[in-house]
Design a protein. Structure first.
Length: 240
């Protein structure tokens, strides 16, 4: 149960609606520190109108940012490393840095599967100096929810990355999702605060073991991020 719930929560948060649209981030800094686990800091916050908490996890993983991003962007092979992900396909390829996808997660009996149609996009945030994977729910004709599948209420998800060395990447994930159905809120809250750590470990292992071709549009976003980082470093050096 716990493993599949973790997968469900990942899909909800990673595929969730992006509050404020693609040009803004749902993060006003009002996070309460909970604990540090396996090198990651975990925070939470209350969400208006919900008994489910929002969570933030940050830390470093031992993998180059270019391979981490290529792993996250790859749809075709996602089921090879994401546990219990039954299906993931691209509905509409808008560009190398933007696509609409469908995902379905296998849930244990007696729970129904969950499925999602989501609009995904990459965004370089100059002030935060992070490359974000952001997503939001969308409706596509012909891709209604499957038989005996529950479509979750979508909150928000921002996965931010920044290179800190050749083979090390800073990762940050803010998330909120309500899976709906008959999963108690306390179970959702319990697993939401720790499952991103396991996910980041899986991403790191995948990025180091399976080299995915890097799309030109993704390379462009990484170049944009590196330009932001170089300008910031130059400003910091000049101010000394």
């Amino acid at each position: 149960m716990s493993k599949r719930l973790i997968t469900l929560l990942f899909i909800i948060s990673y595929s969730s609606a992006f509050a404020g649209g693609f040009e803004g981030l749902y993060d006003d800094g009002k996070w309460n520190f909970i604990k540090e686990k396996k090198g990651f800091k975990i925070y939470s916050r209350e969400m208006p109108g919900s008994d489910i908490l929002g969570f933030k996890v940050e830390g470093n993983i031992d993998a180059p940012i270019i391979d981490v991003m290529a792993t996250l962007r790859d749809v075709q092979l996602a089921t090879e490393w994401q546990p219990d992900l039954k299906e993931k396909v691209t509905i509409k390829e808008i560009g190398d840095d933007e696509a609409v996808t469908y995902s379905r997660v296998d849930m244990p009996w007696p729970l129904d599967d969950r499925d999602y149609v989501i609009h995904n996009k990459l965004l370089v945030h100059k002030e935060k100096k992070l490359l974000y994977v952001i997503s939001k729910s969308t409706d596509i004709k012909g891709w209604e929810k499957g038989r005996r599948a529950v479509r979750a209420h979508i909150g928000y998800s921002n996965i931010g990355l920044r290179p800190i060395a050749n083979n090390k990447t800073y990762v940050e994930w803010t998330l909120f999702g309500e899976p709906n159905g008959n999963i108690p809120n306390w179970i959702v809250n319990f697993y939401q605060q720790s499952f991103p750590i396991g996910f980041f470990k899986a991403v790191s292992e995948r990025a180091n073991s399976k080299k995915i071709p890097v799309l030109p549009g993704l390379k462009k976003k990484l170049t944009e991020l590196n330009s932001v980082l170089k300008k910031d470093k130059k400003r910091a050096t000049a101010s000394k």
